[in-house]
Design a binder for this molecule. Structure first.
Ligand code: NBP
Length: 477
């Protein structure tokens, strides 16, 4: 009997995805460039379901029923193009190639357009949840031609994570939409992690608490509005003791954060679109700052703090302030990420349903969180919601936490604790809600040095002032 679906690329992610599919009762064809990985999958897990292993690409393709569905799970970039080239001569019109790697979405747009010319459907599919998710149920964000989802969708929904019985997989939109949404997911993940790290730092410096005590606070927070995978693992990590030294594990970890690039892609794209995603950008830059060793060494030697001393009389009130500041900043980061999705969706005609994205992020992925239900509800109330932050629910919870948020950012500033994500989120909040911003002055300056023109508040039209002449105003045609 032919396989119902194939997986090529059997490193940790592909292997686990193939096992997940087989465990759900599907016949899975498996293939890898070097046959060793295929053999070891069959040797270690061949009894978990029906695997059809092939050494050669031609045999692999021939072992799958038509229209063929072939998941490619290899290193993103040149490897993906190499695998597509390798598959192509063996494929027929209507076959579907699914790229489940972490491709950059412009590559996905290019591949989809090239393959569409050849009658092959190309599905760029974001998969989140790491090794664990791939095996036990990831969050799945497939893009590409909608018709490919008719045959592919049921399998993806089967193998995805479920929350309240609802699959964490849905069709996202044409060509690069799936990989785009996965990219923004990762950007939001950067912001979430940075915000948690800032909260940890405030509790550490403000209250002088040791890591395990802070872990207990996070564990408590995990039973409220903040309930999420990242808060849960933070509590666990903070409670962990280093076996070598007997000290809290986080205390012996070097404070230089690394990155693989999805945060950078998200920020680069936001700059192209002109969408302020300050939370994600600050989180990405905070990682860069932590790794700027020569600058940090120079600064530590030269720069005074001139900061106040922490003196917190009401410990519980401070903890609650930090919690509320964290939640409010988190809402801002998500609101900004969803703005970016909306802008890209409009730019590329993707027609992405933002509420559905929040729904499929509730399980399986790294940013899975209870509060994503609230986001889905907000977009159900108003599908074209212009600003998530301004939704009635979020406006209320953020408003309720506003005093706490302002206190925390002010305290951090006066005591010399860096909170780039907390403070930039608060500035964004105040900026976006401001009745009048100082952008009037920017426009006047631009007109002064570059004759860039301006609009008036009291009349329509485009104006320029003769700054180097008699300062008379002319209306441009
Ligand atoms: P890797 O990213 O380490 O890639 C290894 C696989 O790529 C192997 O199967 C390897 O074959 C194959 N490969 C390479 Br490298 N060059 C190739 C080529 N020119 N032709 C054919 N095959 C080639 O694997 P991974 O860590 O399992 O990740 C797979 C994908 O999933 C990546 O795109 C990654 O970014 C993504 N990922 C996602 C998550 C997540 O949470 N969603 C986590 C980790 C990874 P070989 O065995 O013959 O060398």
């Amino acid at each position: 009997e032919l396989a119902q679906i194939g997986v090529t690329g059997l490193a940790v992610m592909g292997r686990n995805l193939a096992r997940n599919i087989a465990r759900h009762g599907y016949r899975v064809a498996v293939h890898n460039r070097s046959y060793g990985r295929t053999e070891s999958l069959i040797a270690d897990h061949g009894d978990e379901g029906t695997f059809i292993a092939s050494k050669e690409t031609a045999d692999f393709v021939a072992s799958i029923e038509r229209p063929r569905k072939i998941i490619v799970m290899v290193k993103a970039g040149a490897a993906t193009d190499a695998v597509i080239e390798d598959l192509l001569p063996h494929l027929d019109e209507g076959d579907i190639i699914i790229d489940a790697g972490n491709a950059h979405f412009p590559d996905t747009i290019r591949r989809e357009h090239d393959l569409a010319q050849k009658g092959i459907h190309f599905v760029g599919m974001g998969v989140s949840g790491g090794e664990e998710g791939a095996l036990n149920g990831p969050s799945i964000m497939p893009g590409g031609a909608k018709e490919s989802y008719t045959t592919l969708g049921p399998i993806l929904e089967d193998i995805s994570a479920k929350v309240d019985g609802v699959p964490c997989a849905t069709y996202v939109g044409p060509d690069g939409a799936g990989h785009f949404v996965k990219m923004v997911h990762n950007g939001i993940e950067y912001a979430d992690m940075q915000l948690i790290a800032e909260a940890y730092d405030l509790l550490r410096q403000g209250l002088g608490l040791e890591a395990p005590a802070i872990g207990d606070i996070f564990a408590q927070w995990n039973s409220g509005d903040l309930e999420s995978f990242l808060i849960e693992i933070t509590a666990e990590v903070l409670g962990h003791t280093d076996a070598k030294t007997g000290r809290p594990f986080v205390d012996i970890v070097l404070d230089q954060a690394e990155q693989k690039g999805t945060g950078r892609w998200t920020v680069q794209n936001a700059l192209d679109l002109g969408v302020p995603i300050t939370g994600i950008a600050e989180a990405t830059f905070a990682r860069a700052l932590s790794g700027s060793v020569p600058q940090r060494v120079a600064a530590q030697a030269a720069l005074p703090a001139n900061a106040g001393q922490w003196d917190i009389s009401d410990r519980d009130a401070f903890i609650e302030d930090v919690r509320r500041a964290l939640y409010a900043s988190k809402v801002v980061a998500y609101s900004q990420g969803f703005d970016q999705i909306a802008a890209a969706s409009a730019e590329h005609d993707w027609n992405i349903d933002r509420g559905a994205m929040a729904r499929i992020w509730r399980g399986g992925c790294i940013i899975r969180a209870k509060f994503l239900n609230r986001i889905t509800e907000a977009y159900e109330r108003q599908p074209e919601l212009p600003l998530l932050l301004a939704d009635e629910y979020f406006a209320k919870v953020v408003g309720d936490g506003l005093e706490s948020w302002r206190r925390i950012v002010a305290l951090a500033a006066s005591n010399g604790v860096p909170v780039p994500a907390f403070s930039s989120s608060l500035s964004y909040y105040d900026g976006v809600r401001a009745n009048r911003l100082p952008a009037n002055l920017i426009q006047a300056q631009r007109d002064f040095f570059g004759a860039h023109t301006y609009h008036r508040t009291d009349a329509p039209g485009v104006y320029h002032t003769e700054w180097s002449g008699d300062r008379s105003e002319t209306q441009e045609s």
